[in-house]
Ligand binder design. Structure first.
Ligand code: SAH
Length: 228
């Protein structure tokens, strides 16, 4: 069943047809996890984008959400979610709540999502969306994700939806449970940004590249001071 009843009429039929087309495109591009596909199929992405982009909500493209930020491309959301290898007992930390869309997808596939956003106006709107959709297993806060969320760590999974410069934030490496997985985009140089899958083992970390991507930067307090 859909999480949210779309308005009746032509727009609803368009959204449903486009949502099905989007799912088929994701499958063609290597998204095979049926739990991930069905979470995406049931989540109304139009709800997470500004009104003037509603007609583009089911295209496989990133869209502006204000304050210079973007809701990620559905293929990237799907790939990151699939690579997290979630189950319904897990606790997930997300850095970069943004529109709330990625958190909403995660909420359907794990026990609890913690999400941190540094831009308060975006967080406020995202929290309102979670309420309206009656999603009750997301806890979100205004703060610097670079520092993680020590009081509720460790996390079975961590997903960072903004690009870190060169390396994963050390606090997040610390707050990942042993046996845990972290997915994050890392900026290797001005031209190349890669999605990386990190596993924490008893003895250290393993790292695997997933795909080339393009994200907004993960802003750290350090960068803010350096820039001013
Ligand atoms: N997951 C989001 C994508 C948002 S874009 C979605 O589904 O819509 C990335 C977000 O990361 C932006 O909202 C940006 O403000 C936020 N961000 C950047 N640096 C951050 C930091 N250090 N801590 C928390 N959020 C950060």
């Amino acid at each position: 069943a859909a999480l949210y009843e779309r308005p009746e009429g032509d727009q609803k039929m368009n959204d449903q047809a486009n949502a099905i087309r989007l799912i088929m495109a994701l499958r063609r591009n290597g998204v095979t996890d049926t739990n991930v596909l069905s979470a995406i199929e049931r989540m109304p992405r139009d709800f997470f984008v500004p009104q003037n982009f509603h007609d583009k909500a089911y295209e496989d493209t990133a869209l502006p959400i204000g304050h210079g930020q973007t809701i990620s491309q559905p293929l990237v959301v799907a790939m990151m979610t699939q690579e997290l290898e979630l189950n319904d007992r897990m606790t997930v930390l997300e850095i970069g709540t943004g529109s709330g869309y990625q958190a909403a997808i995660l909420s359907q596939l794990c026990r609890r999502v913690y999400s941190i956003e540094r831009l308060k106006p975006l967080l406020d709107v995202a929290q309102k969306r979670f309420e309206d959709l009656k999603i009750r297993n997301i806890t979100s806060m205004h703060g610097d994700g670079y520092k993680g969320w020590p009081s509720v760590a460790p996390f079975d999974r961590i997903i960072v939806t903004a690009a870190a410069a060169q390396e994963p934030p050390p606090a997040l490496m610390d707050q990942l449970a042993v046996g845990g997985i972290m997915i994050l985009p890392v900026r290797l140089n001005a031209l190349k940004e890669q999605l990386i899958k990190i596993r924490k083992t008893e003895t250290g970390f393993t790292e695997l590249p997933i795909m080339d991507v393009r994200f907004v930067p993960l802003v750290s307090e350090h960068d803010i001071y350096a820039a001013s």
